[in-house]
Design a binder for this molecule. Sequence first.
Ligand SMILES: Nc1ncnc2c1ncn2[C@@H]1O[C@H](COP(=O)(O)OP(=O)(O)O)[C@@H](O)[C@H]1O
Ligand SMILES: [Mg+2]
Length: 597
Amino acid sequence: MADNNYHEEEVIGKAYDARLMRRLLTYARPYRIPLAIAIILLIAGSGLQLLLPVMVQIGIDDYIAVKNMNGLGTIALWSAMILFGSFIFSYLQMYITMYIGQKVQYDLRMQIFGHLQKLHLGFFDKNPVGRLVTRVTNDVNVLDELFSSGLVSVFGDIITLIGIIIALLYYNWRLALFTFAVVPLLIIATTIFRGKVRAIYRDVRTRIARLNAFTQEHVTGMNVIQLFTREKAVLNKFNSINADLRQANLKSVYYYAVFFPAVEIISSISLAILLYYGGFQVGAGVLTFGELVAFIQLVQRFYDPIRDLSEKYNILQSSMAASERIFKLLDTEPEIIPVVNGPKPAKSEGKIEFQNVWFAYNNDDYVLKNLSFSVSSGEKIAIVGATGAGKTSLISLLFRFYDYQKGSIKLDGIEINRMSNEILRSQLGLVLQDVFIFSGDYAGNIRLGNDNISDAQIIEALKKVNLHDFVINKEGGLNSEVKERGATLSTGQKQLLSFARALAFNPNILVLDEATSSVDTATEKMIQKALDRLLENRTAIIIAHRLSTIEKADKIIVLHHGEVREMGNHKELLQRKGIYYRLYQMQFRDEDLKAVG
Ligand SMILES: Nc1ncnc2c1ncn2[C@@H]1O[C@H](COP(=O)(O)OP(=O)(O)O)[C@@H](O)[C@H]1O
Ligand SMILES: [Mg+2]
């Protein structure tokens, strides 16, 4: 229930930015041929539409006025054909532009997600999930409008406007100038409107983002809310965030409600002037009746593209903001530079060496200091230390989730930051306390998309961790459903499932980070057995709270404030009566007594 200020969207930049636009257009480049066709279709369609008033004028002046009804039929037929033609053109044009919009969206989403996967974990420490989800979904969606309607129809609007202006001037330049006289008024109204809407739009965006983030976070933490019966307080908080959003939206509704009728009034006034003045001209014989009717029809069409263009302006503005955020994400360089074609260890032995390793998450705030130790092939080592000592950080370095600042970490003799992540991580398996289960089925959660793992291997892994009977007794067996985050599984079952996952991948080196610390005694026995099988013939680094696990280790490393303070086996360390001894006294004695008694 903390303040969600860190979810705030960045401030929106300029309404039009040539640099952003140029970059956006590169996404349309693969579709430039359909785009060009769409523009041609649009121009042709708009041109046809402009012919209709001309048909009316000819119909009135040349046929109705002289009572030539046969000719009128021909004109009607022509008009129908023109209408039909413009229908076909706009159908094709819309289809093509929507198609381009979808293609571009697809490309962008692929690129963003692909990029997210390359980013170092430190990036995800700093960016809330909600914001990243918004990039892939909402922001891309905003751009769709630009590509599927904005870009092309701006052309159409401008061409239509020019066409109408020429036609008006051609029919009667005096009347035309009268009509254009209201344009400055329109421009003033539009400018005021834009300014207001722009400010509100920014508010709406930040408030939507806040609402999204709040909802997402609190739905995820629903059990905590209900446990502490904080429903009322959370609802109140939600209410105020929700009301903020409503208020911002209502404000924009107000300006829209004023702007559009205002444009309507301005155009009606100019129409009234036109009728009055045009009527006189018809009376004086300067203008035919048909020309006046055509003129009025054209003037009515004159305002459409102007209004459209101001709406396009909004699309443009939101696209600029969305693309700025998307590009900022795409421009975030991964801090862990992936290695391609790095060296491969001649023999995968599972040998690890830390030499004077220093590591800080931020600046010089070292959480690991001058760390040195080695694990030889097949050795099992345990790492103990108080919470915050740096155990998890140490492991993150080995997996290259973060890069260390000084020293070196070698796997089978090769420095890990010279190896490609594929090679490095194919040697390593990791089981965490917090098991992440994806929605899907059991097989999928073990295989994780790796088709080299057969069903037989999965069953074998499940058997080794004693989970086979449980899974097989389900209706769908291996393919029965697993809910998001493993909501329907017990903690112990999730733990066993993650063991099976590690087994199926069959790594040389297995790392366990407090993997057994949150299960009951009965499950622990089961897990212990599974663990023994898991560790057979492998190098292992185990961070554990359980004495039974630690005692068996070949070597125990005691971490204290990011430094290796003691190293040795259980017996040796107890005899030293140092940190390990004290930890043992505090942490393990109860357990020990229980085991004895
Ligand atoms: N992602 C992170 N960003 C910044 N600091 C972190 C991060 N993760 C852990 N720390 C800090 O690093 C220190 C060591 O944490 P950690 O390695 O998780 O300890 P342990 O696993 O031994 O409990 C702690 O002080 C912790 O606050
Ligand atoms: Mg930890």
